[in-house]
Design a protein around this ligand. Structure first.
Ligand code: ADP
Ligand code: MG
Length: 282
């Protein structure tokens, strides 16, 4: 993975997202451009399925960066989000040094090798010029105290581990925070970020999104490629089933709407994960 420098204009940002089949309007592309340029976290709020998480994935894949994902949930704590000491290994090290030195502990048990690095800490340790994308997904699911902790990390891109010291990022990670807005996120967090409300696409953009996904299927070597009628049927079927995110399962279950030959269906099923990954981010 070779890190690519961020785009230098809004037009270039539109192109970048487009190259990964992400259909963005100019306002969103502007926010993404600014986030990269100003090195500020991007806070994306919107209903489920409107393409918030996908932005982070697309940024990572197009800029050749590692994607570090912190999925938020109720009860998420620092141990899961930032770091944890590997107590078991520490105890073993103490026992081992007791054996060799007769009680005198020489091993520094609060050192890097005993540290379990979770997403927030990992994200601060990227190489210069290759800062990772840090996706803090569905922050509204975490509890409010966690936000206070997060604020510290996002303010200075540093994290203090009492036993070890302060770890500062050589280069700030590219941070994308998402929220489905099941509750309001604290103002202090929002103030640190650039904010963008991701709305449902208009008809033209939605059509474009569907077109891209179906065209990816058309690249497969098939006996009978899906035609326009099949595309429309398929969209209807997915809508009827309330599908908001394409997954292996729901594509599998609806393939008969898109393809009409058993050999084609079988061929696509076996390559489903690849096709799905490629249609999401190329
Ligand atoms: N603008 C878009 N361009 C291309 N695909 C999109 C776009 N918006 C959403 N999608 C697709 O819709 C699905 C849901 O997007 P996702 O990012 O998971 O939604 P959210 O995180 O907002 O719930 C994904 O399969 C994604 O590829
Ligand atoms: Mg999401």
């Amino acid at each position: 993975m070779t890190a690519i420098a961020p785009p230098t204009s809004i037009d270039a940002t539109v192109k970048l997202l487009d190259s990964a089949n992400y259909v963005a309007d100019r306002a969103l592309a502007t926010s993404v451009f600014l986030m990269l340029k100003m090195q500020r976290p991007l806070f994306l709020e919107g209903d489920a399925g409107v393409g918030k998480t996908e932005i982070a994935k697309v940024l990572a894949s197009t800029l050749g960066r590692e994607l570090i994902r912190l999925q938020c949930y109720e009860g998420l704590d620092i141990a899961q989000a930032a770091y944890e000491w590997n107590v078991q290994r520490q105890l073993l090290a103490i026992k081992a040094s007791e054996r060799t030195t007769g009680g005198h502990i020489e091993t520094a048990i609060y050192s890097d090798e005993f540290l379990i690095k979770r997403p927030l800490l990992q994200a601060l340790q990227g190489k210069a010029g290759a800062a990772p994308v840090l996706l803090i997904d569905e922050l509204d699911r975490a509890d409010e105290p966690f936000e206070a902790f997060l604020l510290e990390v996002l303010s200075d891109f540093q994290l203090t581990i009492p036993e070890l010291g302060t770890i500062t990022a050589t280069e700030p990670p590219l941070v994308v925070i998402t929220s489905n807005r099941t509750r309001e996120i604290h103002d202090a967090i929002k103030r640190r970020c650039l904010y963008y409300w991701v709305d449902y696409p208009n008809a033209a953009r939605e059509l474009e999104i569907v077109r891209r996904k179906v065209q990816r299927v058309r690249k497969e070597d098939m006996f009978k490629l899906p035609g326009i009628a099949e595309t429309i049927d398929w969209t209807r079927a997915l809508t009827a089933l309330d599908v908001i995110e394409l997954s292996k399962e729901n594509i599998n279950d609806t393939l008969g709407v898109l393809l009409k030959y058993q050999d084609d269906i079988h061929a696509l099923r076996t390559r489903m994960q690849t096709v799905l990954d490629e249609s999401k981010s190329q």
